[in-house]
Design a binder for this molecule. Sequence first.
Ligand code: NDP
Length: 390
Amino acid sequence: MTKRVTILGSTGSIGESTLDLVRRAKPGEIKVVALTANSNSEKLASQAIEFKAEFVALANNKNAEVLREALKDTNIEIGIGPDALIEAASREVDFCMAAIIGAAGLEPTLAAVDQGIHVGLANKECLVCAGDLFMQRVKTKGATLLPVDSEHNAIFQVLERDKPKGVKRLILTASGGPFREASIETLQKVTREDALNHPVWSMGAKISIDSATLMNKGLELIEASYLFDRPSAEIDILVHPQSIIHSMVEYIDGSVLAQLGSPDMRTPIAYAMGWPDRMAAPVERLDLTKMSGLTFFKPDIHKFPALRLAREALEVGGKAPCVLNAANEIAVAAFLQGQVKFLDIPHIVESALDQHSKRSCFGKSPCEVADIITTDNEARITAHEHIVSL
Ligand code: NDP
């Protein structure tokens, strides 16, 4: 049977890796239904033509004309603006890959969840800013959430979900990013290019900066807590520079189950898209005879305060993770544009959390998407004001 698939964020790093797997699938195995992008209309048009998509959606109307012109001799339907993303996510499919970056992915991903289908969740930010609401929606709509983040995908593969009492803790591994061994003096001088140069993974710009500050691991900690219904105290983080063990689950009998693989996102993507079956992925095979040098150590939260901030936000709960995420998105965008220094990023996030924590409803989880969007917008303004004042 042909699997009908939509990819939200098809022009990004995860989106392109997903399409690479579709390209290699057997003829008739996968049908691409809808593809979306923010502004890269040229790449979106060429993907839509190659994969014979039925519908494309562009969030930002700036390059809409380029898209219309490129697709004028095809039958491909075009949608422009944020509502078009919802329309793309609402098309009838078997599997939707949620790979938009940032909180912008929340509403389209929820629209996919509302279909009660299999959703490959790459977009960790939507769980960070709306964890309770998102997981509740997955449950009520009967959707199946398949984690694509390599760590969560690893845990999903080895977690005995039907025996939750047997689980002692989850262990998320972290590569440590490009500045694992850097001194504070070096961190003060980090450039955009240094921070984008990840030693192991090839990823989009925002997540690469998050990996360098270790905020990515902080976001993943929050993501894991909601996905697997575990408190902060039962989730540990270990730096594992080789990125071969993607994460582990420790059980009460002392067993530790791990998933291993080459650091290539096409493995977790194939797992999610093929689930419940396995799908072939053209990744480098592990040569276990060369695995004698696997190392693990605790992260340095003094050098990388983003990790501490994320854990604190998770423990406070309510709106704190949403504020953390929104302020981080603004701080990372400002760093990428050369407006702030690398070490300013956690300070901007911490100051937004401090300011918002004074509000009476800070510790209360938002119950409506509109509340989350309001909190997200307010935290963005706070972070922006901080940047202007620097
Ligand atoms: P990229 O930046 O490479 O791609 C992001 C995608 O989202 C692009 O298609 C982009 O369109 C689209 N997009 C950006 N902004 C908006 C917006 N405001 N509205 C609608 N669409 C938008 O990101 P990645 O592929 O690296 O990451 C995607 C998600 O997957 C993130 O949440 C990330 O944390 C997660 N993830 C990524 C991993 C990786 O290896 N890359 C690993 C694990 C998780 P356009 O091209 O037009 O800008």
